[in-house]
Ligand binder design. Sequence first.
Ligand SMILES: Cc1cc2nc3c(=O)[nH]c(=O)nc-3n(C[C@H](O)[C@H](O)[C@H](O)COP(=O)(O)O)c2cc1C
Length: 391
Amino acid sequence: MSLLKKMNLSGNSQGPARFGICKGDEPGHLGIWGVWKDTSTEVFRVVVKANSQVSSIKVADASYTFAPAKDHSFVQSIETSQELKQFLVGSDRARSGQITFEFFLDNQKTITVTLPLAEVIKNLRGKGSKAPSQAMISEGYLAQDTSAIASIPHADLKAHSEKVKTEIAEKIRKAEEERKRLEEEKKAALAKAQAEAAAKAAKPAAAAAASAAPVDRTKPTLTPAKTAIFFGSSTGNTANIAEMLKKELGSVDYLKNITDIHPVDLTVVENIIIGVPTWHIGELQDDWAAMLPEVKALTFAGKKVAVFGLGDGKGYADTYVDGMAELLEPFEKGGAKLVGLWPTDGYDFKKSKAIRDGKFLGLVIDVENQDNLTDKRVKGWASQIQKELGL
Ligand SMILES: Cc1cc2nc3c(=O)[nH]c(=O)nc-3n(C[C@H](O)[C@H](O)[C@H](O)COP(=O)(O)O)c2cc1C
């Protein structure tokens, strides 16, 4: 009731039952409504009739069957026929006349609402006009009748209307079923598409993962040879000394930064010369530190190892070239024989773990404080290990 009050209603507003028209909820639709007090008054049909003395357009009566509406009120949107539209708003429309709405009621009565054309045109929803939201709220069922159905006597309307109701309910149920089925189908298709897209995306990722798969660091990159210098160097000093040594020694098969080899490459030569600066206050240089666990797993039986280390005796006097000792340990434990012990004479430092039997474990170079001695020291150690290594 309150819903209908809100609407712009045309129709009869007298008596226990009131019927009328309002704006349809779709273009070309007309709204019809009814409100009644008497619970026995139910509406089963509305017949729309166009009358004009002046128009040549013949409009057949249009009949719509209702299923009983609830709550003694209804609002329905009915689709007007082409002829009726033509009659109302066409180029050769009827300029005067009326439209009659005959509401067939349960109690065998018919309520007739006759409205002037202008009133009906006002409520015929045009293409661009806004749908009245209220008119969409409709209870009960409505179907446009075929002429055969339209001829059903009033007395039989109730039964017919029940039939219509069942038919429409069935249609709605089927439509809902179909809607759900389509929705499921859509969902399944979407899930499939998503899975396919994910699989597609995963393929190059898998290929990339395969190509980025960890290389087998237990396989050597170098072929067996006699002598190699392997070094780690964070700021290049140790790399320079390694170069100098190679020059001095002459017969060195490989000069390699350890970032360019596999740990197992350390074992492919008979004479292993390793170079390491000390960093982070007594620690191994980073690349060596990273490789150390793998070095610990290797065996160096029958091999000779010589070590050279860089350090800063003034800046890090208490941890002077400590890294040499830490690096050497797995080589010696792995079976390598240490050569190249080097006197500590002339060096300026306080403490070092790289001393054995009063000598450094190998050549020590201090470019920060004694770079003037570097050349001499490199040359001296090179000639010493040449002999010890049998080069
Ligand atoms: C942060 C830092 C920490 C260092 N710690 C030590 C150390 O504990 N003992 C040492 O003898 N030298 C130490 N050094 C000196 C380096 O070993 C030295 O600079 C060396 O030449 C660097 O060699 P590289 O350029 O090959 O990495 C340290 C240097 C820096 C910058």
